[in-house]
Design a binder for this molecule. Structure first.
Ligand SMILES: N[C@@H](CCC(=O)N[C@@H](CS)C(=O)NCC(=O)O)C(=O)O
Length: 225
């Protein structure tokens, strides 16, 4: 890909999955799962600040012009949550996705869709407020969206209080990885997710994972360790 470059930390071989990512972006969830599940892969850094995600060669892979894209089995795929679910389903031995038909699968589906449909879109409004109502309304959009994100944290914290420490109780799942990425995005907001005690506890657990430390090292991340 012309405007992007192959990251220095690239691993894997030509038949491996290929992740197009930007540090700390939605691609982070997929990168984290690739590491956690020990899936061989190649990384391609997409320079989103320079608009590389809107250039024709990237749009040919992902017409939405966003990261991540995962070339999986030779096929370019998008949507971070769907990619994470696919990877976990393909590695059932690691137990990060309750199998279809199992008791926890409905709750797993619920939380994945809740995070994807109700929480992540609020962050799109927070990071790209001009998309909702134009540049002049950006401050107003942010002022409205921050309390909605806080309300989401409060509801999830209550869930963890009733049945934690993970979203599925005692069972760690992809939903916790996803929630952690979203919590991280709130780190510089007026009220970050870690203001809520059970969310803070979950964040601590997830950040202690070796895969999280590897992710930080490979993406060159520093904040929220
Ligand atoms: N629903 C998509 C959202 C992806 C998304 O919005 N990615 C952002 C970074 S977090 C992006 O690429 N932004 C650059 C842009 O929109 O131009 C997913 O989860 O994969």
């Amino acid at each position: 890909m012309g405007p992007s470059r192959v990251d220095q930390t690239t691993v894997g071989s030509s038949g491996d999955d290929q992740l197009y990512y930007a540090p700390g972006a939605a691609s982070m969830l997929v990168h984290w799962l690739l590491l956690e599940l020990d899936v061989p892969h190649v990384l391609h850094l997409v320079d989103t600040a320079a608009g590389a995600q809107k250039r024709p060669e990237y749009l040919a892979l992902n017409p939405n012009g966003v990261v991540p894209t995962l070339v999986h089995g030779g096929v370019p795929m998008h949507e971070s949550a769907a990619l994470a679910m696919t990877l976990a389903d393909e590695h059932p031995q690691l137990g990060l996705a309750p199998t279809p038909g199992s008791a926890l699968r409905p709750a797993y589906n619920q939380w994945m869709f809740h995070l994807a449909n109700a929480v992540q879109p609020l962050f799109r409004l927070w990071w790209y407020p001009h998309e909702a109502a134009g540049e002049a309304q950006s401050d107003a959009v942010r002022a409205h969206v921050a309390p909605r994100i806080e309300a989401a944290w409060a509801r999830i914290d209550t869930q963890l209080e009733k049945g934690g420490p993970y979203l599925l109780g005692q069972t760690l799942s992809v939903a916790d990885f996803y929630l952690t990425m979203l919590m991280r995005w709130s780190r510089n907001m007026p009220r970050p997710a870690t203001d809520w005690p059970r969310l803070a506890q979950l964040a601590r657990r997830m950040r202690a994972r070796p895969s999280f430390k590897a992710l930080y090292q490979r993406e060159g991340l520093e904040e929220w360790t």
